[in-house]
Design a protein around this ligand. Structure first.
Ligand SMILES: Nc1nc2c(ncn2[C@@H]2O[C@H](COP(=O)(O)OP(=O)(O)O)[C@@H](O)[C@H]2O)c(=O)[nH]1
Ligand SMILES: [Mg+2]
Length: 325
């Protein structure tokens, strides 16, 4: 892609910093080059119409996924969307008929076992989206409990369950359109949905998940509704991603500030996003430059953090302004 990588701005900054010793500098530059090559592979699945495409478009920096596009169950395969560092696999869940369901279950299972070129499991994270406006989530639980969890391997942390269309959970009632948030009645309803989702998965599989609810929002000819709890969703995605891979989200997340504004305020999600990205970049950049070795190196490493935090323009500058650096 043509946009400049945020790591290149850090590379420029490190290169022009003369407080760093040469040896540390070379290690950091090599690490930054590695960040550019790091891929995070996410499998997004859930029933047709739950909002996979809408969620992809809200989270990331391109309108790649067609919204409201019904799939042809006969020919449907997993669609792949490649950003600079994030790679998404979008697969329908169950509920498209017996034959299609078998095909989808098989495709998802295969993806879960796929290895990358280093022999590690390819998929870093499986995001299962439930349609919060649907009263019958039976096929979604079948997908989670019978297809995904049994084929997930030991690292159950790869699974994240999120309930979309929070605004429509009570058919649009108790959603405050003006403020773009749920009123207390709807909050209670959604919290119960979270608990019952958690219980249904735990009772069937013994696996503990921590579902969240959100709204990807929509754009149609007449009206637009911004996402709700998208920052919370990203916080959970980051928490479920290996520490050393978190940094690269900075490159691909949606640069439209409006997308990230509205949330339940239960935690300061935007501050956590900012600190998580910065921490991950600092740690990845200074990996192997032995901090314990000498005071000089330790000071050098502290400077790396400072240099990186100080970079203003480009993609990183955008991320900083969204998440309040
Ligand atoms: N009200 C509301 N509609 C949504 C939300 N997310 C998605 N939609 C709508 O639900 C429909 C299906 O969404 P889409 O993203 O295509 O679902 P997919 O089949 O899972 O990819 C579209 O009309 C979207 O505009 C949401 O959070 N709230
Ligand atoms: Mg879709």
């Amino acid at each position: 892609m043509s946009k400049k990588h945020f790591a290149d701005d850090f590379i420029d900054a490190i290169n022009s910093d003369n407080t760093l010793n040469e040896a540390s500098k070379n290690i950091v530059l090599r690490n930054l080059a590695k960040i550019k090559e790091t891929k995070v592979n996410i499998l997004i699945t859930g029933a047709t119409g739950c909002g996979k495409s809408s969620t992809i478009n809200a989270l990331f920096n391109a309108n790649k996924a067609k919204v409201g596009q019904g799939v042809d169950p006969e020919t449907m395969e997993i669609s792949k969307y490649e950003f600079d560092n994030i790679v998404l696999f979008d697969s329908p869940g169950l509920g498209d008929g017996k034959e299609a369901d078998l095909k989808h279950a098989k495709a998802i299972t295969n993806k879960l076992y796929e290895k990358d070129k280093d022999g590690n499991l390819l998929i870093d994270l499986v995001l299962v989206i439930l349609d919060g406006s649907s009263r019958d989530l039976g096929t979604s639980f079948e997908l989670i409990n019978q297809v995904i969890i049994p084929n997930l391997g030991d690292d159950k942390n790869r699974l994240l369950v999120a309930i979309n269309q929070a605004d429509m959970a009570m058919k649009g009632r108790y959603w405050n359109v003006e403020k773009n948030h749920p009123e207390p009645e709807l909050v209670n309803f959604l919290e119960e949905k979270v608990i019952s989702t958690k219980n249904r998965i735990y009772e069937a599989t013994g696996v503990k998940v921590d579902p969240i609810y959100y709204a990807a929002g929509y754009k149609d000819g007449v009206s637009t509704q911004n996402p709700y709890n998208l920052s919370k969703l990203l916080v959970h995605i980051l928490r479920h991603t290996k520490e050393e891979k978190r940094a690269v989200f900075a490159q691909d997340i949606n640069s439209d500030k409006e997308m990230w504004k509205d949330d339940d305020r239960l935690e300061d999600y935007r501050t956590e996003i900012k600190e998580t990205l910065l921490e991950s970049i600092k740690n990845s950049a200074s990996a192997g430059a032995d901090i314990g070795e000498s005071i000089g190196a330790a000071l050098g490493m502290r400077t790396v953090g400072k240099v990186i935090g100080g970079v203003a323009g480009g993609i990183w500058g955008g991320v900083k302004s969204i998440f309040g650096f």
